[in-house]
Design a binder for this molecule. Structure first.
Ligand code: SAM
Length: 286
């Protein structure tokens, strides 16, 4: 039987009304109602017939339906219990969809995807975009690609290059694990209810190998955090946030060949890696 397409304003309103559901702002509920955008998201995921897809926050099943139509095996993780009976009905025709009621930040993702390699395709809840992205990338899961709708500003920070105002710890972290690209922008009118911000779909090709060689990944992320902890400050000052003295910072920067008058936002990934590796070599102070 032909399934009604959920990604339409009238269908979405009808579903929400019949189940007496009001979008919960605290859970970042903005349901997509634009068929074209849904199709573009699915296209960006370059799905093959039996690909395994992890969707975070299926809502009422809008994107899930389009993914399932492609023949992918979809595991969709939804926190809001109220949406479970809705999903049961809207996705009844798709045996290739598995709904899990859980908080994505608490879930054992490897187990949820049966240890298979997978792609993430999602319209993320904006209030926890960064924790979700870190949670996915840091675990070094067998994840090939991440296609996610996020707030436009967050997308711009993820792809930012050194020197610009958007470049920060998020840019360095995402670019260390993946190659991010903004695929397209999405206006608030594509959702019910309309969010207060513009959105963008970002595609991250997860790297098989990191782009830089690190002696200690944890130290690398501590250095990045310290460098950006006080945005307008020079490295001379900012790096004291590693818990070391000005003298130790000076020795460290000299050994790494990096000018202490520079600011964190001007350092490339390679320079951050150099700093971190020299820190470990000097064993400045842990
Ligand atoms: N995919 C649907 C769409 O595109 O219309 C809904 C997207 S809506 C922006 C975000 C969804 O994430 C909501 O359904 C919300 O309940 C769910 N959500 C919020 N926090 C979550 C969490 N911690 N774990 C899993 N799902 C969550």
């Amino acid at each position: 039987m032909e399934q009604p397409i959920i990604a339409r304003k009238n269908v979405t309103n009808h579903i929400l009304k019949s189940f007496n559901i009001r979008a919960d702002k605290r859970l970042g509920q903005n349901f997509l109602t634009d068929e074209q955008i849904v199709a573009q998201i699915v296209e960006a995921a370059t799905l093959q017939q039996d690909d395994c897809v992890l969707e975070i926050g299926p809502g009422i099943g809008t994107l899930t339906q389009a993914l399932a139509e492609k023949g992918a095996a979809v595991t969709a993780v939804e926190l809001d219990k109220r949406l479970l009976p809705v999903l049961k009905e809207t996705l009844a025709a798709y045996p290739n969809v598995n709904i899990i009621n859980a908080d994505i930040l608490q879930l054992d993702i490897k187990e949820a995807v049966n240890n298979q390699s997978f792609k993430v395709v999602a319209n993320l809840p904006y209030y926890i975009t960064t924790p979700i992205v870190f949670h996915l990338l840091e675990q070094k899961l067998p994840m090939e690609r991440l296609v996610v709708m996020v707030q436009k500003e967050v997308a711009e920070r993820m792809v930012a290059k050194p020197g610009g105002k958007d470049y920060g710890a998020l840019s360095v972290a995402v670019q260390y694990y993946a190659e991010p690209k903004i695929a397209f922008k999405v206006p608030p009118t594509s959702f019910i209810p309309a969010p207060n911000v513009e959105s963008a779909v970002i595609v991250c090709e997860v790297r098989k190998q990191p782009p830089v060689t690190l002696t200690d990944e944890k130290i690398f992320f501590r250095v990045v955090k310290a460098a950006f902890s006080v945005r307008r400050k020079m490295l001379n000052n900012a790096l004291k946030n590693m818990g070391i003295t000005a003298e130790e910072v000076k020795t460290w920067l000299e050994a790494a060949g990096i000018d202490g008058k520079r600011r964190g936002e001007t350092l490339s990934l390679t320079e951050f890696a150099k700093l971190a590796n020299v820190y470990v070599t000097l064993k400045v102070v842990s």
